[in-house]
Every structure is written in C-alpha cells, then in structure tokens.
Ligand binder design. Structure first.
Ligand SMILES: [Ca+2]
Ligand SMILES: [Ca+2]
Length: 242
C-alpha cells in the first residue's frame, strides 16, 4: 500500500512538473493553479453523472476556462494542453448516465478539431478522443444526432481532405462516429448513406448552385477555390458510398 502511495505521489509531482515545463515552453502562463484543477476533477468524480444531477454538473463546468482546467487535470501528464471550445452533458447511449462531450483545440489558435467524450466508470472518469483530422467543429450541439434512429447518438466530425493553407477554403469530409457498445469508432459512410445523401450532398449542391447563380458575390480566385472545394467534397462522398 505504501509503495503504491509513494509511486502515485511521484507520478503526481512528475505530472505537475511536466505540465509546468510544457506550459512555460508554450507560453501558457495563465494555467489555473493545480489545486483549482484538482478540485474540479475531485468534485466531478464525486457526483453521479445522471440526468437528476445535470444542473450540479453544469454549474461545476460553467464556462470554457473551467472546462479547459478540468480537461487538463483529467488528461494529466500531457505535453500540449487541451483547450475546450464547446461542451455539454448528454446521454449518448440512452442508459441514463450522462457523458460530457467537448471540442478540443491543441493549436492555441481556436481550431477545435477533436472531440473528447468523458464518462463515469465507477468512481473513475475515463475519456476517449475522436477526430483530430484538422476540420474545425463550429457547433458541437449540431454535431450530435441520432442519424440512423437506433437511439444511440452519432457524432459528426469534419476532416480536412487537403492541407490547410491559410485563407483558401479546404475541402472536408464529415466522418460519422458511432457507438459500438464499448467505444466510439469511425463508421463506414455506407452505413449512414441517408445522412450523406439527404443532408450532406444537398448542402454541397446548394453551395455550388449559389456560386453559379450569384457569380459576382466573391472574387474570381475565391470562387474557383470554393468550386474546387465543393467538387472534391462531392466526389469523395460519391466514392465513399460506392
Ligand atoms: Ca450514457
Ligand atoms: Ca444512432
């Protein structure tokens, strides 16, 4: 028992030192004090994550800074600190247990390209991270939906199809992540054919139509870049559904 405690204590010191070094290297000097982060983690571990406790859970993570501090404490020994964009408590798999879903930026520039799911496992909080393909998630709530009507919620995350190059619009593919009874995995698009055919493809078509109807709405270079983006997106989906 003593050995375990000593090991844990050394781990904790090492973890905090790593965070401090990483924070100094990245210029993140506004990290909340370790005690505050640990308090948030301890508080969230001590509440049962169920619908009845939703308001308590939400008040503990009332803003982005607190949610980011919680994530830093949860992740522990990490080199790059996660910044939270949006976050919400939601029951993803219909078992009355709430999960915390949050968008994460690692760049420090507000590119929320990853989604983390935090869930209660006994008295422990476990997490799984999804995405990270460079596409920016602008509206977390709109990225969570039951696309196939089976009661479990899917999470849609954009992935860049070409490298990000500043102002040029980049084609994206919207990946569907679904629950497979023990974790979220990226789905074969063919399993969500209706989603792509009835929701994603029509949106691309509308965007292309708008560019041809109102050709003067953007400059020639931007117009060409947008047409390229939508055409690549269209082709990628058609190929994925074959
Ligand atoms: Ca649940
Ligand atoms: Ca579903």
């Amino acid at each position: 028992m003593q050995t375990t405690c000593a090991a844990r204590s050394i781990d904790t010191v090492s973890s905090k030192l790593s965070l401090l070094v990483a924070g100094l290297a990245a210029g993140f000097l506004a990290i909340p004090p370790a005690t505050a982060k640990d308090d948030i983690l301890t508080s969230l571990q001590s509440i049962e994550w169920v619908e009845e406790n939703r308001s308590d859970l939400e008040s503990l993570l009332s803003d982005q800074d607190t949610a980011s501090a919680f994530m830093v404490a949860l992740y522990g020994d990490v080199v790059v600190l996660p910044n939270v964009g949006g976050h919400l408590f939601i029951d993803l798999d219909g078992d009355n247990g709430l999960e915390l879903v949050a968008t994460i930026d690692y760049s420090g520039r507000g590119f929320y390209a990853s989604v983390v799911i935090v869930y209660q496992n006994g008295h422990r909080l476990d997490y799984q991270e999804l995405g990270g393909g460079g596409g920016n998630i602008t509206n977390l709530r709109n990225s969570i939906d039951d696309l196939d009507g089976d009661g479990d919620l899917e999470i849609t995350i954009p992935r860049l199809l070409e490298p990000y190059q500043g102002v040029e619009p980049v084609p994206i593919f919207i990946d569907v992540y679904h629950w497979n009874d023990w974790q979220y995995t990226v789905a074969d698009p063919i399993q969500y054919e209706d989603f792509y055919e009835n929701r994603v493809l029509p949106r691309i078509e509308e965007n292309l139509d708008a560019l041809s109807v109102d050709a003067a709405s953007v400059g020639a270079d931007m117009r060409a870049a947008l047409i390229h983006k939508y055409e690549v997106e269209w082709t990628e989906i058609i190929n994925a559904l074959q």
